[in-house]
Design a protein around this ligand. Structure first.
Ligand code: F6R
Length: 243
């Protein structure tokens, strides 16, 4: 693991953006794995600026998102489909047919998981962006998920639902299920970039880096990836710095 500690969230976002910008300048046909949530918002802002200043184009880039809620329509303001559109896609020149976010039609969700998995196998990811849940999840691979899983439908942890209730009106409105890339899909990406900020992530970041590799803390598997960069602000790095 390559660990970068930055002064603040702005600097974290700059570092992460530099990685993506360098990749897109080298390979305009790159296949990018993307995450949602608070962590990558600053990164996406910077990518939009880099596009506007003509440093990069998304014309030939293909994107693959980690996950999507099941139980709310894609048109819902809190769906990851809406999130990606709002925070990145509608601001850049990406070809809509190059955007991949797992569909969430509950009537054919198992088939959708299989299709997404086939798609990921056909399109090895050059770089996967990740955040980390306060319970150690990556994507929606909750504690206890087998580390060999490929795309699957997950029953969300209560802790995840509580954490994410900040985006919804109430806890009851947070979906109970989601579809997510499995750990195995994530580990196949050539490069991983995980972003974490804030002191509420300090304990889980410490465990991810210094704890044993265990399904109880899925992000710990990243210790075994050959090209993984963890980008932290000082509060998120506070426990590892104490050590
Ligand atoms: C989102 C995702 C999740 C988040 C994690 C952290 O697509 O896969 O693993 O990265 O829950 O979320 P934030 O960044 O909101 O703290």
């Amino acid at each position: 693991m390559n660990i970068i500690v930055c002064r603040d969230y702005q600097a974290v976002s700059d570092q992460a953006a530099e990685k993506v910008i360098t990749l897109l300048q080298k390979n305009p046909y790159a296949k990018l794995g993307l995450a949602t949530g608070s962590s990558p918002i600053g990164l996406y802002d910077r990518l939009i600026k880099a596009y506007q200043s003509k440093q990069i184009t998304f014309k030939d880039v293909m994107t693959f998102n980690l996950d999507e809620y099941v139980g709310i329509p894609r048109t819902h303001a809190q769906s990851y489909y809406s999130f990606m559109n709002e925070h990145l896609f509608k601001h850049v020149d990406i070809d809509p047919s190059h955007i991949h976010i797992p569909d969430n039609d509950v009537n054919r969700i198992d088939e959708i998981a299989k299709e997404y998995n086939r798609l990921l196998k056909k399109n090895p990811l050059d770089l996967q962006v990740l955040g980390i849940g306060s319970n150690g999840h990556i994507g929606f691979n909750e504690p206890g998920t087998p580390l060999g899983n490929e795309t699957f439908v997950v029953h969300l942890d209560e802790r995840t639902r509580k954490d994410n209730s900040r985006f919804f009106g109430s806890l009851e409105e947070v979906p109970k299920y989601a579809i997510t890339m499995g750990i195995k899909n994530i580990m196949r990406a050539k490069e991983l970039v995980l972003i974490a900020s804030g002191k509420e992530k300090a304990d889980v970041v410490y465990q991810m880096i210094h704890g044993e590799v265990t399904a109880d803390l899925p992000a710990s598997i990243l210790q075994l990836h050959p090209n993984c960069t963890i980008i932290l602000d000082e509060p998120a790095a506070s426990k590892i710095q104490e050590k």
